[in-house]
Design a protein around this ligand. Structure first.
Ligand code: FPP
Length: 263
């Protein structure tokens, strides 16, 4: 059970009404943390306060995923397109990232969480790169939930980067002509940021939007999508349970047919 070092809303934990099957917990959940701006606007607050509230939701969802045995949680924290936002908002998001890791690192470590990233973090401001590298190093020997932060991440960029790196390795003679001709999914995936991580079982997008926005384009081939109208700052543990429960009732065939219908 997660150790509550920082004040956690225990009432909310007790208010969870949607039951989930603990024997069928998704291995990998991915979340597009959308609706922070709208949440702030509805309250006449600056957008940055919406993101700040979004971080509070992230903290509780990380705790819950860890508690129920999710192995990978990938969250879309900053996309390759988010640089187009006003400068203040971008710098506010970068500050929140640094604060989050500074404040939470002990607790994440206590709870065995492993921090990883996808995306080109080396284009982020230096304080972000430093704290990310420190957090990755500090948590790399933990054995619990992998919290995978998508930062300066874009699915198209990731795929193009993989193609370029495969070609570079081919030119260097690290990939043979024959391996190049036989290039398959497994080999290609070794060149993605998500190397070694199973594809997401379920992708959650709150806030009423029903699109992927350049998130995990390769990896989503057989993911189950789950949408809700709730803005991310209001997303509760119960909403997470609803998403998991719906996922548990989906019929995943991966392009095949149901068991027993194979003949
Ligand atoms: C989308 O909401 C959200 C983002 C672009 C950023 C998400 C970031 C956080 C929740 C906090 C930072 C992350 C970490 C890991 C500390 P939006 O702004 O597009 O909302 P809107 O569509 O309502 O305007």
């Amino acid at each position: 059970m997660w150790k509550f070092l920082n004040g956690t809303n225990k009432k909310e934990v007790n208010d969870v009404s949607v039951k989930i099957d603990m024997n069928n917990i998704p291995v990998h959940i991915a979340i597009i943390m959308d609706g922070n701006g709208r949440w702030a606007k509805q309250k006449n607050l600056p957008r940055t306060l919406g993101h700040k509230a979004g971080v509070e939701t992230l903290k509780k969802i990380v705790r819950e995923c860890s508690d129920i045995g999710v192995k990978y949680l990938t969250v879309y924290a900053f996309s390759t397109e988010n640089w187009k936002r006003p400068k203040d908002e971008v710098s506010g998001l970068m500050k929140l990232l640094v604060e989050y890791l500074k404040n939470e690192l002990n607790e994440l470590n206590e709870n065995n969480v492993i921090i990883r990233t996808i995306g080109n973090i080396y284009k982020l401001p230096k304080p972000c790169i430093d704290i990310l590298n420190e957090s990755i190093e500090d948590t790399k020997n933990n054995s619990g939930l992998v919290l995978n932060l998508a930062l300066n991440y874009g699915g198209r960029y990731e795929i193009l980067r993989a193609v370029k790196n495969i070609f570079n390795d081919y030119e260097k003679g690290l990939i043979s002509d024959e391996d190049m001709r036989n290039l398959d999914d497994n080999k290609f995936e070794e060149y993605l940021y998500t190397k070694g991580i199973p594809d997401p079982d379920v992708i959650i997008r709150p806030s009423g939007e029903q699109r992927l926005s350049n998130f995990l384009l390769w990896q989503c081939a057989y993911s189950e999508f789950w949408y809700s109208n709730i803005n991310w700052p209001d997303f509760s543990i119960n909403d997470l349970h609803k998403a998991i429960s719906d996922y548990q009732n989906r019929d995943r065939r991966f392009g095949g047919v149901n068991n027993g219908e194979n003949k």
